[in-house]
Design a protein around this ligand. Structure first.
Ligand code: GAL
Length: 975
């Protein structure tokens, strides 16, 4: 490898030419600025050298050239009708031959003519700033070349004062999709070239701030903040909220309220130099690793984190401030307290929001070379000194830009680059420039360039082993865990218990925040989200780009709702029978004065009393025991339960008062209501081709239920198949990581049902069946036993017994019955877990109550369709047509899992995008005795043993009745 003497600048390992040294980024100042965003002229060329630089000069007129169009800056040209986006996870979409790039190097020439405002000040200088350009840019102003740069998600500035004229300035930017820098930017996301962040012209008056650094530590032993602001040139700092006026370079020590993610106290300040006045905000906090534990302001931190890539389904990595704020607000509302900016520095305005609303940030450098894993890491830039200047440039640009954010508590060198001297050089430089923050890099615990021991996707067992290990150690975090691809992730609760049990296990960051599906429309205009392979890429990684806790449009997924519950900062436990509740404050800093505790007392899911309990100011880490009120008197009988909800006592900057933070349900003793059957059992009656049993009609030859009262029923039979989730399918590079392949191999999606006998006896109809796939001698011997007690209001009872034959060594996807109802029965009420979906290892957020929904709204629209929508712990359900007519199912011995949809599991399995799912004339209902867990095997550990559904002898039962009037009471919908 290496540069040949005539290597073009875009294939040069050096970071570029002509830019100014990096410095702190700030959005506000009294110096003038001109934002150059908007419509720019644009020409796309298939190669880097297709055109000379004449477009940069005054004489060029793109308006008359048919090769020129317009694009919006900031933006990616591939999302504006020019070329196409491409997705790969680790593979470079070009031959690996660093630092060379392919001849096919889409190149976008951008041109914009601008005037200076009439009152633009004279004197001083002017800086042209690019906040983000992917992946390499060469820049001209008024025909003069300014230089070129690489480092896509980092700012680059040029001094341009001498070149500006009042009117008709020509700014020309040539952007190459591929450059030497692309080898350093192999993050798992779309390849999206373009000027994707703001371009601005900044006036720099004489004596303006070249750069400034805010040191604002907090001494938790005496509650003092220690402030020192350095500036070039020097000036004065005022902090009115602290009554402070001081020279830059001087140190002030004053009592302050500290900044934490839970209590993000900021003090407004102003830096004034001879030429500029810059407002900024100070947060006092100190982070340190002490005795192997990461602490902020003296207290152990527990990260309840997410990895966040910048993404918008229409604009890619161009994010408006509203979207950034929405991310932070959604995170706060879901109890998330930390973000890793995977795997590059975000738009700096995002960090302002983290300061303001309170999130701990691991700020990660724009660096990943994962694709070298496919060539045994030969030529890895982080282990080749020729690249070290580029790596140091990236480290500097991140640290200098973001150094004044209190939310940034850890610098991360990058992601998945293996190891090498370049990383060591970066760590050494960062340590010397900013000793106040620890450094992160994911690797083994002895890795010298990281102050943390960080791993990704470690299993629960490995985390436990790390937690138990004796002797000196670094703080341990999971910088990535719980792969949120499709349905899942499972196993979050079990991780959280480990983080709480072991001091050195300081939490983790779920992979990842956002599905990166791109909004597209079918020919009929139906919207859907596209993923890898949808744009004709020759190598791609499919829907692996859709692995977030929020859907592409930022609708929270069930995974986010689950995560919120698992990481709730208050744990409510207790004994509903004894009337006590224990409130454990799991915050790291805050007491509980910002919350109030609401209770309700429910019988069979209906509230019969509600109120508020006074919540003592339990300090962080403490707990208190409270007495519940006496249960409200009621003449209702049934299952009684306390529901406790810790809610915000007042409005905050991220949620209104009343917002739910934590909750629990405690069973309470109450007289149970028996659904006594009145009759004594009657025999089935044969009538030609039909068998009748009370209200039920069966096919005499097959034993199939065909009608219950007025309700036609079809296809009721045992079912073990589910459309495999991404986590069932597992990771393509880890053979055997999910059971999906084994399920298909075995043929669980094509089971054959043979009826061996339809027997009637004095009390029941017994249908004996053998269910098995072709080419196998494994089978499930199944008996459906139908009975009816004979009373007019008695339901039809079904007992299913299952006996496996042969050696089943893979788990079953599910075990239950499915049945078909007419499409009109598309309204569902149920008493059980809700409102959203749940599976055995994703059920923490399932609230027992009475719920109502249309079938359509019970679907979770995963970007790649897959099993979804099960409701847990269902006691009864009614599927009705809106007038009250329909089918009611009551649980027998055990609660059941309820799923209803307008297509079969086979159709769900075959679908690749949401428009493939077309409603038919049937509602397909699953009543499951058991479900296999979800796990996280799409990029991590599979289902824990306790959530595995092994094939074994089973017995389960339901009762069924036809409804011809409104059922058992009005359903209640709660948030
Ligand atoms: C990690 C990687 C992430 C992402 C994730 C899987 O190995 O750091 O960028 O690829 O796996 O989605």
């Amino acid at each position: 490898m290496g540069n040949t003497p005539d290597s073009p600048y875009y294939a040069d390992v050096s970071p570029g030419r002509g830019t100014l040294p990096p410095r702190a980024w700030y959005a506000r100042s009294d110096a003038r600025r001109l934002i150059l965003d908007g419509s720019w002229h644009f020409r796309l060329s298939p190669t880097a050298e297709a055109h000379d630089a004449s477009f940069a000069g005054d004489g060029f007129d793109p308006g008359t050239d048919p090769g020129w169009h317009t694009v919006t800056v900031p933006g990616h040209w591939v999302l504006q009708g020019h070329g196409a986006p491409a997705y790969t996870n680790t593979r470079y979409p070009f031959p690996v031959d660093p630092p060379h790039v392919p001849d096919e190097n889409p190149t976008g020439d951008h041109r914009r003519v601008f005037d200076l405002p009439a009152d633009w000040p004279g004197g001083g200088g002017c800086v042209l700033r690019f906040d983000g350009v992917e992946s390499c840019a060469r820049v001209w102003l008024n025909g003069q070349e300014l230089g070129d740069f690489q480092g896509s998600r980092l700012p680059h500035e040029f001094e341009v004062g001498r070149l500006l004229r009042p009117r008709g300035n020509v700014l020309a930017v040539r952007v190459h999709q591929w450059s030497a820098g692309s080898y350093l930017e192999d993050q798992d996301m779309w390849w999206l070239p373009g000027i994707f962040r703001t371009v601005a012209l900044l006036h720099r008056p004489q004596g303006s701030v070249a750069d400034f650094t805010v040191h604002s530590a907090y001494d938790h032993r005496d509650g003092h903040g220690v402030l020192r602001v350095l500036s070039e040139p020097g000036g004065r700092v005022s902090v009115p909220g602290l009554g402070l006026e001081l020279e830059t370079g001087a140190t002030a020590r004053v009592p302050v309220e500290p900044w934490t993610a839970e209590t993000p106290r900021l003090y407004d300040a102003t830096l004034t130099t001879g030429g500029e006045s810059v407002p900024f905000r100070i947060g006092f906090r100190t982070v340190a690793v002490e005795d192997g534990v990461l602490r902020a302001n003296g207290r152990r931190l527990l990260f309840r984190g997410v990895n966040r890539h910048e993404f918008h389904p229409e604009t890619g990595r161009t994010l408006d401030e509203e979207t950034m704020r929405r991310d932070v607000v959604l995170m706060k509302q879901h109890n998330i307290n930390a973000v890793r900016t995977s795997h590059c520095p975000p738009h700096p305005a995002f960090l302002d929001l983290c300061d303001e609303l309170g999130l701990w940030v691991i700020d990660e450098c724009d660096l990943e070379t994962h694709g070298f894993t496919h060539v045994d890491w030969r030529g890895n830039p982080v282990d080749d000194e020729r690249w070290t200047p580029a790596l140091l440039d990236r480290a500097r640009r991140m640290v200098e830009r973001d150094k004044n954010h209190p939310s940034v508590v850890i610098w991360s060198l990058g992601n998945e680059c293996g190891s090498g001297s370049g990383l060591t050089a970066m760590a050494r430089w960062i340590r010397s420039r900013d000793p106040s923050r620890p450094i992160h890099y994911e690797n083994d615990y002895a890795y010298p360039d990281s102050d943390l021991h960080s791993r990704m996707y470690a299993s629960h067992a490995e985390v436990e082993e790390i937690g138990r290990r004796e002797g000196p150690a670094k703080p341990f975090i999971l910088c990535e865990y719980a792969h949120a691809m499709g349905n899942g992730p499972g196993g979050l609760s079990e991780y959280q218990r480990l983080f709480e049990a072991y001091e050195r296990c300081q939490g983790g960051f779920v992979w990842e925040w956002n599905d990166h599906g791109l909004l597209r429309h079918t020919e009929e205009g139906q919207p859907y989200f596209a993923y890898g392979g949808d744009f004709g890429e020759e190598v791609h990684d499919g829907n692996f780009v859709c692995d977030g806790l929020v859907f592409p449009d930022r609708t929270p997924s069930p995974g986010l709702v689950e995560y919120k519950k698992v990481i709730e900062p208050v744990r409510l436990t207790g004994d509903g029978a004894a009337g006590t509740v224990r409130v454990a404050n799991l915050h790291d800093f805050a007491d509980l004065t910002h919350l109030s505790l609401e209770w309700s007392y429910e019988v069979d899911g209906e509230a019969v009393g509600a109120g508020t309990l006074p919540l003592p100011a339990v300090p962080a880490g403490g707990s208190a025991e409270l007495a519940l009120p006496a249960p409200p008197s009621t003449d209702r009988h049934g299952e009684a339960m306390w529901t406790l909800r810790a809610v915000l006592a007042g409005d905050t900057s991220w949620a209104p008062g009343g917002h739910l933070v934590a909750w629990a349900q405690l069973p309470a003793p109450a007289p149970a209501r028996g659904r006594d059957e009145t009759g004594r059992g009657v025999a089935p009656h044969r009538d030609g081709q039909r068998l009748t049993l009370g209200p039920a009609v069966f096919d005499a030859a097959t034993g199939a239920l065909t009608r219950l009262g007025a309700v036609p029923v079809r296809g009721l039979r045992l079912d073990v198949w589910r459309a495999p989730t991404d986590n069932d399918e597992g990771a393509p590079w880890v053979p055997g990581s999910g059971p999906g392949a084994a399920w298909r191999e075995l043929g669980l999606h094509r089971m054959r049902h043979r009826v061996d006998a339809v027997e009637t006896d004095g009390e029941a109809l017994a249908v004996h069946s053998r269910i098995a796939p072709a080419a196998s001698d494994l089978a499930l011997r199944t008996v459906y036993r139908w009975s009816w007690a004979g009373g007019e209001r008695d339901p039809l009872r079904l007992i299913v017994t299952v006996e496996p034959e042969g050696e089943w060594d893979c788990p079953l996807p599910r075990l239950g019955v499915r049945l078909e109802l007419p499409a009109a029965y598309d309204q569902v009420r149920w008493f059980g877990g809700g409102p959203g979906e749940a599976y055995p290892d994703t059920r923490a957020a399932s609230v027992v109550g009475r719920w109502a929904s249309g079938v359509d709204a019970m679907q979770t629209p995963y970007v790649r369709p897959q099993e979804n929508g099960a409701r847990a712990d269902v006691r009864w359900t009614e599927l009705h047509d809106g007038t009250g007519a329909g089918l009611r199912v009551d649980a027998g011995e055990d609660h059941f899992w309820l799923t209803a949809r307008r297509w079969t599991d086979e159709a769900l399995d075959a679908a690749t995008h949401t428009p493939d799912l077309v409603p038919g004339d049937t509602v397909h209902v699953h009543l499951d005795h058991a479900q296999h867990g979800i796990g996280s095997a799409s990029c991590g550990p599979g289902v824990l043993p306790q959530h595995r559904l092994a094939a074994g002898p089973a017995r389960f039962s339901f009762t069924l009745s036809a409804l011809d009037t409104a059922g058992d009471g009005e359903a209640v919908i709660r948030p």
